[in-house]
Design a protein around this ligand. Structure first.
Ligand SMILES: [Zn+2]
Ligand SMILES: [Zn+2]
Length: 152
């Protein structure tokens, strides 16, 4: 094993310090909608299905913030949702993983540079995670806009 393999980079991203600016469906459609803002940031727009009903769902793009917006549908707390790309209809459900907190399915969004964001599909569950593949490069990028001191 060389040095690189032994070092596991665990990135603990501070809540509300970063937000997603580009998120894509598996077919490459941009999901960030600049016309809808949550806390001043462009929201992530997806199609939602729950018990045969359809609506739009705007995901809060700020990491660690959950002020999502429902449009045309009312979703009770605890509801397990299905999310789709509004452009091509592809399912955003992660086929392989489930929530570590409540075992509901997860949704997954693709980020630039092979990163992903995944989150629990149960409304009200706070589990979500950002996985950055080129970790070192990505961390440098994330920290660029802020001073290091605020993380120490
Ligand atoms: Zn799509
Ligand atoms: Zn969950």
């Amino acid at each position: 094993m060389d040095k690189k393999e032994r070092i596991q980079i665990e990135v603990e991203i501070p809540a509300k310090k970063v937000h997603v600016e580009h998120a894509f469906c598996p077919n490459g459609h941009q999901l960030v909608d600049e016309s809808v803002k949550i806390h001043g940031k462009s929201a992530i727009k997806v199609k939602v299905k729950y018990q045969g009903k359809e609506g739009l769902f705007y995901i809060d793009p700020t990491y660690g913030s959950y002020d999502n917006i429902e449009e045309g549908i009312s979703l009770p707390k605890g509801a397990v949702l299905e999310l789709f790309c509004p452009e091509c209809g592809v399912s955003l459900t992660d086929k392989d993983e489930t929530c570590q907190l409540c075992s509901a399915p997860l949704f997954v969004l693709e980020l630039p540079h092979n990163g992903i964001v995944e989150g629990c599909l149960r409304k009200g569950c706070v589990y979500h995670k950002m996985k950055l593949v080129d970790a070192e490069q990505q961390v440098a990028r994330l920290f660029e806009n802020d001073t290091m001191e605020s993380y120490l």
